[in-house]
Design a protein around this ligand. Structure first.
Ligand code: PMP
Length: 427
């Protein structure tokens, strides 16, 4: 049996429409090589994970070095140098007073722990999240996910969650125009607290760019306004940087696009270790120290190999100027995509920050009917043309362009030309 046949027989993939028909054998930088020898330009980075590029030599070296010394010890039972070193580095690179990190293994697990900690610290029980948000597939994380398509079956979920309107300017939930709205969606958080909760709200959880919800950056001023409102009610600000962290948006963290905003707890995963599994949440001492003994733990959390890889990854992002590169190449890609938007009516909206870019497809620019089938077709045509992109959003009609930050300008230009050809065929 070959790999695809074994998948069909033994790997549970019932939850995806299809697995892309590529057997991934190896990868380097922004290039994936399939078992049949075909090369692909990767513009999806393993769902926005390998920010420093596939198999970065320094990350691989750090991991190999650690493997030869220690693979696992239980990082909360014993002291482990790689954990200490990474935690110190995270305290330095994260904003504000964030100092102490809890390590786990995935984004969802980081969200779970952060929610629990927020409830423990505040002694309050409810949570506010955004419509269209995505925070992971475990029960707590799904409960604060404001996207019905991700939770249709398998409920009930955690009670005590209210959803505020998403700042989704292209389809404003309040039917307002971006320049004249006075950030009504941010102000609406006050009403959500008043009318949709019992006032017992522990946390407001938010992604700096709504990722799975359709690559929707938070508009300028939004987070500052929300922070004012929630501070007034002693509600903690939980910033989910799982997808936006580690240079993805052109800053080390997405929240840095919003000066004056100070997360109480920040969640990280995906790009933290260039592909090694690692999740984390960080908080100031006063919050982090609120767990009681025995209250929280994860056997694999803070795996030394993942931590060593993460440290090398963060150094690479800084030493190779990859964060600035994400900003520059992102601006270039947005500009080119706006040119495509002038030529193809199918493109309703182009948006993003750094190399976290969404292209929303619509059947009709007036009605904005989601062009879901077309988005899938375009993704498939890109794949046939040797370029990997993703699709997402509430209706699956948003193309996702989130390459490794090491992608070359020429590689990116080539990817955009393949995308252009796909649009031309889709007319
Ligand atoms: N939060 C955000 C913002 C995410 O984008 C994701 C994953 N797409 C998660 C949480 C969950 O991460 P994981 O799949 O590692 O559990």
């Amino acid at each position: 049996m070959d790999t695809m046949e074994k998948y069909a027989r033994y790997v549970n993939t019932s939850f995806v429409k299809r697995v892309e028909p590529i057997v991934v054998e190896r990868a380097s930088g922004a290039e994936i090589v399939a078992a049949d020898g075909r090369h692909y330009v990767d513009c999806f980075a393993g769902i926005a994970v390998v920010n420093a590029g596939h198999v970065h030599p320094r990350v691989a070296e750090a991991a190999k070095g650690q493997i030869e010394k220690l693979i696992h010890a239980a990082s909360y039972v014993y002291y482990v140098p790689a954990v200490a070193d990474l935690a110190e580095l995270l305290a330095h690179i994260t904003p504000g007073a964030l100092t102490k990190t809890f390590f786990c293994n995935s984004g969802a697990e980081a969200v779970e722990g952060a929610l629990r900690l927020a409830k423990i610290v505040t002694r309050k029980r409810e949570v506010i999240a955004l419509q269209q948000s995505f925070h992971g597939r475990t029960y707590g994380a799904l409960s604060v996910t404001g996207n019905q398509t991700r939770k249709t079956r398998g409920g009930p979920y955690m009670p005590g969650v209210a959803f505020a309107p998403a700042p989704y300017c292209y389809r404003c939930p309040l039917n307002l125009k971006p320049d004249a709205c006075g950030l009504a969606c941010a102000n609406a958080v006050e009403d959500v607290i008043r009318y949709q909760t019992s006032g017992d709200v522990a946390a407001f959880i938010v992604e700096p760019v709504l990722g799975e919800g359709g690559l929707i950056p938070l508009p300028e001023g939004y987070l500052q306004r929300v922070q004012e409102i929630i501070r007034h009610h002693n509600i903690l600000l939980l910033v989910d940087e799982v997808q936006t962290g580690f240079g993805r948006t052109g800053k080390m963290f997405g929240v840095e696009h919003h000066p004056g905003v100070d997360p109480d707890i920040m969640m990280m995963a995906k790009g933290i270790a260039d592909g090694f599994p690692l999740g984390a949440f960080i908080a100031p001492d006063a919050i982090a120290d609120s767990f009681h003994p025995g209250e929280h733990l994860s056997t694999f959390g803070g795996n030394p190999v993942s931590c060593a890889a993460a440290q090398a990854n963060i150094e690479v992002l800084r030493d190779e100027g990859l964060i600035e590169r994400s900003a520059t190449l992102g601006a270039y890609a947005l500009q080119e995509l706006h040119k495509l938007q002038e030529r193809y009516a199918l493109i309703g909206d182009v948006r993003g920050q750094g190399l976290m870019i969404g292209v929303e497809l619509v059947r009709d620019r007036k009605t904005k009917e989601p062009a879901t089938r077309e988005a899938t077709l375009i993704r498939e045509m890109c794949l046939e043309g040797g370029v990997l992109i993703g699709t997402g959003g509430q209706d699956g009609n948003v193309l996702r362009i989130q390459p490794p930050l090491v992608i070359g300008q020429e590689q990116l230009a080539h990817a955009l030309s393949v995308l252009d050809q796909a649009f031309a065929k889709c007319r």
